[in-house]
Write a new protein. Structure first.
Ligand code: 9UX
Length: 68
């Protein structure tokens, strides 16, 4: 089990949070996603190490930018 917190640029409302959560939840290996709107972060739990390219693609797909 791995938990990683990612910084995401551009989320400003609850729908942003929902979109990011949905897309990150589709990344292979992800078992849980907690999005913190105020912090601009998403904490992702997975049962295998994630490919950062997959994470970036998911955030892009939702319409935001993975900063770190
Ligand atoms: Mo809310 Mo987020 O209307 O890009 S969905 S600001």
């Amino acid at each position: 089990m791995t938990t990683t917190t990612y910084v995401i640029k551009g989320m400003t409302c609850g729908h942003c949070v929902s979109s990011v959560g949905t897309e990150l939840g589709r990344v292979p290996g992800v078992t849980d996603v907690q999005v913190d709107l105020a912090a601009g972060e998403a904490t992702v739990t997975s049962d295998q190490p994630l490919d950062v390219q997959d994470v970036r693609a998911a955030v892009d797909e939702a319409g935001y930018e993975l900063v770190g």
